[in-house]
Write a protein that binds this ligand. Structure first.
Ligand SMILES: NC(=O)C1=CN([C@@H]2O[C@H](COP(=O)(O)OP(=O)(O)OC[C@H]3O[C@@H](n4cnc5c(N)ncnc54)[C@H](OP(=O)(O)O)[C@@H]3O)[C@@H](O)[C@H]2O)[C@@H](O)CC1
Ligand SMILES: [K+]
Length: 535
């Protein structure tokens, strides 16, 4: 029996997991494959009718069972009186098994693929490639996908069968061309690739339909290593107690700030305080300490650090920070507004080596590790040193020494690679933020908040992560919960200030409101729960 994932992670199978699910339903439960295909096709036909209640339907079928689903749709819609045109990317004799049965039930061969088949369509069904595809689309399949994309550009809606063809169902990668779907109907469970960019941007409206595979399959197959982040992650966080103190609520020490960059560490402190830290210390270069003290939340402390010639933190500041950490345990957040340069590179290495507690590295702190992600291994080998890094795509590219485009094209592989090489929990920011643990698990944050696309929101996130680590929350959970709270806060702040008017400070404030509302509804749920035996 597979071990159970954390309650806050909704497991997302990969393509192989879904094929194993189908095989289990057919081989062990004894549901004929053609019965699954009939159900899948019928539910897909419903979606086609919703997207385009009338007019001709063009169905483009591929070589495998995804194409088989397409033939079921074709038969059902034709029976319902729709004008249907089926084109295929392969010669008829290549169809096998259930797909051949579905084609026979449709009543005959399809026309070979031609772009002209789409010309008068009111809607197109993409049944070219599904979970059995591998690599960039080849040959006629690639031509047909490009043809569908061109038709979509002309405004013809497209309903994708199971996965938009050309999108890797596991990784969300688009190696060549991919169908830009208006809607995707996916069977039994959505695979991870439907949530990860760039694939997720091809999915359109996602509908997950039950095709009759018993749910207990989840408990029988290996637990997928990826999952969708859910609100329940906040339930995993500790709450302040009546007998608590500021020390028990956790201390976050932020190292950052530089001349002209005093706002960033202040926003990190706001994020940390609003996410529940008991107190925060802003360790900044001496020359900007008074400015930072004036701009920071009044509840915070400051610590003046030796400055280098450029006015930013000197490498020798590591001794001052480590001395403070010896007397006051804290989670260290390094990077917001830190500025770059050789002094900061040396500072980072000294802090990595010397700090025996939780660490968050963000922004310019990550620049100090450019091309050398293994530098973090010096500390991540020890369980007493939980480490979270929070790069956006550009910071990730510099950290790993790869092209920015490569990060965008291979987000899942990149975040996993970064977690493996650093030994840290890695938060790859985006509108599909991915949180990876060194053991290969990945949590996907579904959807983005346009209000977050403004300066300083990343600094706030680093503070929220810091606050949760300071409460001794396990780092994969802490990073995931921080991402969840931050995303909701972005949406919440935009409700109040509008998407265009939201600033990072609003997001920090909204973190508290989002947490409050979550905890209230959790408390209501507890009140309503039936009393336990003897309780
Ligand atoms: N009974 C079931 O299990 C059920 C399954 N269901 C449906 O089946 C789908 C999975 O079907 P599947 O496994 O047949 O794979 P599928 O995605 O149709 O394509 C494989 C074909 O494509 C080809 N090909 C591969 N890569 C390629 C590329 N890059 N470029 C070009 N060609 C490429 C490859 O040919 P090859 O290259 O190997 O010769 C092969 O012939 C699933 O998504 C769902 O829709 C539902 O009906 C529910 C019941
Ligand atoms: K498809």
């Amino acid at each position: 029996m597979a071990s159970s994932p954390p309650a806050w992670l909704d497991p997302l199978p990969d393509a192989a997991g879904l094929r194993a699910t189908d095989a289990w339903a057919i081989g062990t439960v004894g549901i004929p494959g053609i019965a699954l295909m009939e159900t899948a096709g019928a539910l897909l036909a419903d979606a086609v009718v919703e997207v385009a209640p009338q007019g001709p339907v063009a169905i483009v079928c591929g070589a495998g069972n995804n194409g088989g689903d397409g033939y079921v749709v074709a038969r059902l819609l034709r029976q319902a009186g729709r004008r249907v045109r089926v084109v295929s990317t392969v010669p008829d004799e290549r169809l096998k098994g259930d797909a051949a049965l579905a084609r026979d039930a449709f009543g005959g061969p399809a026309d070979p693929w031609s772009a002209a088949a789409l010309d008068d369509a009111a809607v197109i069904v993409d049944a070219i490639l599904g979970t059995g595809a591998s690599g960039a689309p080849r040959g006629v399949a690639a031509e047909a996908i490009a043809g569908i994309a061109a038709a979509a550009d002309r405004g013809i809606p497209v309903v994708a069968c199971d996965v938009p063809s050309g999108v890797d169902a596991t990784t969300g990668e688009v190696a060549g061309v991919a169908v830009p779907a208006t809607a995707t109907v996916t069977f039994h469970a959505a695979t991870s690739g439907l949530w990860i960019a760039p694939g997720k941007d091809h999915v359109g409206r996602l509908r997950i339909v039950d095709i009759g595979i018993p749910r207990r399959v989840r408990d029988l197959l290996p637990v997928p290593s990826t999952g969708l982040l859910s609100a329940a992650v906040v339930d995993a966080l500790p709450r302040r107690r009546t007998d608590g103190t500021k020390f028990r609520s956790g201390h976050v020490l932020i190292v950052g700030g530089a001349p002209g960059m005093t706002g960033a560490p202040c926003l990190t402190a706001r994020g940390a305080m609003r996410a529940g830290a008991g107190y925060a210390t802003l360790a900044v270069p001496a020359g900007v300490e008074s400015t930072v003290a004036a701009r920071a939340p009044v509840e915070t402390l400051t610590l003046a650090l030796p400055a280098a010639d450029d006015g930013a933190v000197a490498a020798t500041a590591a001794d001052v920070v480590l001395e403070r950490l010896r007397t006051r345990r804290a989670t260290l957040v390094v990077g917001p507004g830190l500025s770059r340069g050789p002094e900061r590179d040396r500072l980072l290495r000294a802090l990595i080596a010397g700090h025996d507690g939780a660490l968050v590295v963000d922004a310019d702190g990550l620049a100090a590790l450019a091309g050398d992600p293994e530098a973090l291994r010096a500390r991540t080998a020890s369980a007493t040193r939980p480490t979270v890094i929070t790069p956006h795509a550009g910071e990730m590219a510099r950290l790993l020494g790869v092209e920015l485009e490569a990060v965008g094209e291979h987000r899942l592989a990149t975040v996993r690679d970064a977690a493996r090489r650093t030994g840290a929990v890695v938060v790859l920011k985006g509108d599909d933020t991915l949180i990876a643990a060194p053991d290969g698990r990945v949590a996907i944050s579904p959807g983005g908040a346009p209000g977050l696309a403004t300066a300083g929101t990343g600094d706030v996130l680093a503070g929220v992560v810091g606050a949760l680590l300071a409460r001794d929350v396990e780092p994969f959970t802490a990073a995931s919960a921080a991402v969840w709270l931050h995303l909701r806060a972005g949406l919440r702040a935009a409700e109040q200030h509008g998407v265009e008017g939201t600033v990072a400070g609003d997001v920090a404030e909204a973190v508290a409101i989002v947490r409050r509302d979550h905890d209230r509804s959790a408390a209501v749920a507890l009140d309503r729960a039936p009393a336990r035996d003897g309780g």
